[in-house]
Design a protein around this ligand. Sequence first.
Ligand code: TLP
Length: 342
Amino acid sequence: MQRPIDLRSDTVTLPTEQMLRAMATAELGDDVYGEDPTVRRLEEVAAQRAGKEAALFVPTGTMGNAVAVLTHTRRGQEIIVGVDAHIYDAEAGGLAVLAGLLARPLECPCGRLEPAVVEAALRPDDVHFARTGLLCLENPHNAAGGVAVPATEIRATAEVARRNGLPVHLDAARLFNAAVALGVDPVELTAPADSVMFCLSKGLCAPVGSLLAGTAEFIAEARRNRKMLGGGMRQAGVLAAAGLVALETMVDRLAEDHANAQALAQGLAELPGLEVDAESVQTNMVYVGTGLAPAAGLVEALKARGVLINAVGAGRVRFVTHKDVDREAVARVLTAASEIQG
Ligand code: TLP
């Protein structure tokens, strides 16, 4: 029996040999004392790649987002966010529980928060209202299909916040997927935001780790909030070492994952009973509607044929391509799916 083809997420990727070697030989110290040279190096490289003054290494994207909102806002404020943004929809209510925020979830068609819609959601200065404290954008937008939102559109939405003195946080868990898909430097996408979070542990294949980047002042305060959440790690250089290799070696190859996702989408679109918009697939995610058939049925039937995917609703599933899924694996997935749908 062959190993299953795991398309549940790009988070399932295993570290490369080069990462494991770097981890084994990393120079280490106690990072809470600021003495881990490998973490420091990663934070410097990450800040540079994100075009910000400073960066902070955090264990997960979820913690990076939580630290960001804690650092930008005060309890009782409102955060403007897309209704299906990860930070609102898939981070266990951290906005409310940890940061004491009210969410102002807005429709976000195709991963875009329209400037006029954001403008209309801003609270006037009135004692009845919570103060608007933060605008959060996501790019690529996961639930919208991994779509990469161009810099011009991010800038236009962020500009509304800027004009109104509101900080902007960008959840760019898959920042480099967006940059590769759009053919731009990541800095173009991050520039409109005050802070940005990106992950090393997804398509870049590091085992653990994300970065939060922003001004030096913001990151100094974020460091305190990370400690409060229990994210002050000691010899974290053992993880940062893999992150450095991820940034050095794994960014350009994301284009392969995108091409494989496109091939998968086109193949699935030909099968009866599946709803796929191959044209909208820009990065490494393929969301598929299962029509009237329950998504769980397709998940189980594919699992029986050695293909793992996730249901993301009663009638919707997600396939995610990554380093450990090559073109031959895509062909096997399509064969398995055609046996079921045929
Ligand atoms: N996303 C995971 C799941 O939680 C859905 C995945 O498999 O896609 N922001 C965005 C846009 C994300 O997609 C994710 C993870 C996170 C934040 C959180 O990152 P982690 O998993 O490191 O906490």
